[in-house]
Design a protein around this ligand. Structure first.
Ligand code: ASP
Length: 353
């Protein structure tokens, strides 16, 4: 009995003070990076717009309802359209997230981001973030002043999810258009429509409407991943160079060879079908692997991924499993900071079946 009471007291002290029966509001930090959510159309009501115009303070002011759910602070990390996102900014972001959580400065984090490369930044952060606190990415497909702007609803949902205990320990999440996704599975599948994000292999993890979340499958991919890369150990220098080569009918090895000649540490092939490519690329890939360049076979196909039973497998090939070429690139960049051994790297990819 005594043990039971101590356990309950311990849980009350150790668990965040938020959630059901909360006494104080969860502390949520919004880290803004730019994108269409901070974009302005000029003149209003037209499709053309300039992204990354509003500051984080303005974004917060536009959705006063979030103050009922959380005690919100803002940080402006950068203000760019996400086609200009870089690995150096990923590292800065990861360091800010690490120091906010390590110093107990907030309970959850929302990152506002352009939608073009949101999935990449979210996945990078998922791989290097060792904290259990919620981290939720969001953005918008329509600029802030357009009729039917989706940014305010997305931001509201993201803050509510970051403030919800259901998001603890789920890895980095993405909230767009009332859907919740894992960072590893989500991808942008529409160029302009507000319903632009999907997880082609598994579907969304859940929904969130008016700030109320329900998860379809609470155990997300993050829970089966045990390889983490410590952001504290990533040097200030650039990450290994990994590029992507697209496969298509008639593709030669010209681009692949150029990358090798220019010092690529790794190359991801966005293959056709089950990670396939032409004879020319195949020959170059084999040579590159013999010369110590890591080669990952991924696919340009949205569903199914690439498993080890490929056509024409070769010694030293790594397969992407369910990761898209752009996510495979990020995992390979990080993997190459700890190993060049294909079997070791393959085991990291195997965690995304
Ligand atoms: N090009 C924009 C960006 O990624 C698109 C968006 O945010 O929706 O920043």
């Amino acid at each position: 009995m005594k043990k039971y009471i101590l356990t309950v007291l311990g849980m009350l002290c150790l668990s965040p003070v938020w959630g059901q029966g909360q006494v104080t509001k969860p502390r949520i930090t919004i880290i803004a990076t730019g994108g269409t959510i901070a974009g302005i159309a000029a003149p209003p009501a037209e499709n053309a717009y300039t992204p990354a115009q509003l500051t984080v303070e303005t974004l917060i002011r536009q959705v006063p309802q979030i103050n009922n759910k959380a005690s919100v602070k803002g940080i402006q990390l950068c203000n760019i359209a996400s086609q200009y996102m870089t690995p150096r900014i990923w590292i800065r972001l990861a360091r800010v997230v690490d120091s906010l959580f390590s110093g107990d400065h907030c309970d959850g984090i929302v990152v506002t981001h352009g939608t073009d490369t949101m999935e990449e930044t979210a996945f990078f952060l998922d791989l290097v973030n060792s904290h259990e606190n919620p981290v939720v990415f969001t953005g918008s497909m329509r600029p802030s002043n357009s009729p039917g702007a989706d940014g305010p609803a997305n931001l509201y949902n993201a803050v509510c999810l970051a403030a919800d205990r259901v998001a603890v320990g789920k890895g980095v999440l993405v909230v767009m258009n009332d859907h919740i996704f894992s960072a590893s599975g989500v991808t942008k599948t529409h160029t302009v429509n507000p319903q632009a994000f999907e997880n082609p292999n598994r579907g969304p993890m859940g929904t969130i409407r008016g700030g109320i979340a329900s998860l379809y499958y609470p155990l997300c991919e993050k829970n089966v991943v045990d390889e983490r890369f410590s952001i504290r150990e990533l040097a200030n220098t650039d990450l290994p160079r990994v590029d992507i080569v697209l496969s298509y009918a008639g593709a030669t090895s010209l681009l692949f060879d150029a990358l090798v000649e220019n010092g690529a540490d790794g190359i991801v092939i966005a293959g056709v079908g089950h990670g396939n490519y032409s004879y020319q690329i195949e020959n170059s890939a084999k040579k590159a692997v013999q010369n110590g360049v890591a080669v990952v076979r991924a696919t340009r196909v949205l569903q199914g991924g690439v498993s080890s039973d490929t056509e024409n497998p070769f010694e030293g090939q790594i397969v992407s499993r369910s990761l898209s070429p752009q996510k495979a690139r990020i995992l390979l960049m990080l993997a190459l900071t700890v190993s060049h051994e294909p079997d070791t790297i393959q085991r990291m990819f195997d965690q995304y079946p």
